[in-house]
Design a protein around this ligand. Structure first.
Ligand code: SD4
Length: 316
């Protein structure tokens, strides 16, 4: 049976290759998605996820993560968890609970401690330096995502036809203490149903939550829409609606995968993502909005070089 993985941002590429090895060797969608996200969480170069993640306005790194098993619909989440290296692994374990499967703040951290998860000071000197200089320059400005600060979201489909979706993020840089985005919320940040497919989101959590966009995409795929149509319809109609009724819509990017291993992406900003499947070598793509559709093309080395220069050698 077909296996496949899709994940957000170029930073997920190494993890995607790990997931690909696992899925090729008949490992479960759950293990593959966890390992993919752990690889991003482990890398201090990525300042938006896991170790090295940028802190909140008080200089404290607070992580959000979610995990969903598309066979049972079980889901687990943590939010504003501190000093835990692999927030998504805690979320995965919590998904086995009948109750107390979503823990926040001190309760989430205590749970991780009692259950032997790896603890580390998540604030690296580089992240601390970024926080100190941002604090000085940006006291009153509005927070924005895509500011070197993005969520890793991933979907895996294994050879048994099982789907998992998961996310991990340190949220928005300089967020308020205790602020939680869409990433740990099932239906908004992620959703998986092995009878249909799965979706995850990255972008301005406050706006993604207004549309429950991951669930909306899976619902559209259940009606028979292919993932690309489901993603474009879910995103662009919602963005138009939000602009009319709320006055603005933040940056939003969405990825989806269906049972046939077909994938789709929609975005209202420039967005990179990674794909691998039984039929497709690991590949990074770039997506851009054009009217109410998303245009997608493979990442070229030239684009990558320019991008890295523009981003001042940080990796998103
Ligand atoms: C959040 N959705 O906390 C996350 C942040 C993100 O690109 O994905 N930024 O709202």
């Amino acid at each position: 049976m077909i296996w496949a993985t899709i994940s957000t941002w170029r930073m997920s590429f190494d993890g995607l290759q790990k997931a690909s090895d696992l899925l090729e060797n008949r490992q479960s969608a759950a293990s593959a998605v966890e390992k993919l996200i752990n690889a991003v969480e482990d890398n201090p170069a990525y300042q938006s996820v896991g170790y090295g993640g940028l802190p909140n306005e008080d200089g404290i790194v607070q992580m959000d993560a979610g995990f969903m098993d598309g066979d049972s619909l079980a889901q687990g989440s943590v939010a504003a968890i501190e000093n835990v290296k692999h927030a998504v692994s805690v979320a995965r374990q919590l998904s086995q609970n009948k109750t107390s499967s979503f823990l926040v703040g001190a309760g989430a951290t205590k749970y991780a401690q009692r259950n032997g998860f790896e603890f580390v000071n998540m604030l690296t000197p580089k992240a601390k330096e970024a926080w100190q200089s941002r604090k000085e320059e940006q006291i009153q400005q509005e927070l924005k995502p895509y500011d070197g600060h993005d969520t890793v979201g991933a979907i895996t489909l294994d050879q048994n036809g099982s789907f998992c979706a998961a996310t991990s993020t340190s949220g928005l840089f300089m967020k308020k203490d205790g602020r939680i985005g869409d990433s740990p919320l099932s239906g908004s940040g992620f959703y998986a149903d092995s009878q249909v497919g799965a979706a995850t989101a990255t972008g301005l959590g406050e706006d993604i939550m207004k549309g429950c966009l991951s669930y909306e995409i899976v619902r559209k795929m259940a009606e028979g829409k292919d993932p690309q149509t489901a993603c474009d319809e879910a995103l662009f109609s919602f963005v138009a609606n939000l602009e009319n009724r709320y006055g603005s819509a933040g940056a939003i990017s969405l990825i989806a995968l269906n049972k046939k291993g077909e994938w789709g992406v929609a975005t209202n900003v420039q967005f990179a993502f990674c794909v691998v499947s039984e039929q497709e070598k690991p590949q990074v793509y770039l997506a851009q909005p054009k009217a109410d559709k998303t245009t997608i093309f493979p990442f070229t080395q030239e684009w990558l070089d320019n991008y890295e220069r523009e981003m001042n050698m940080t990796v998103d």
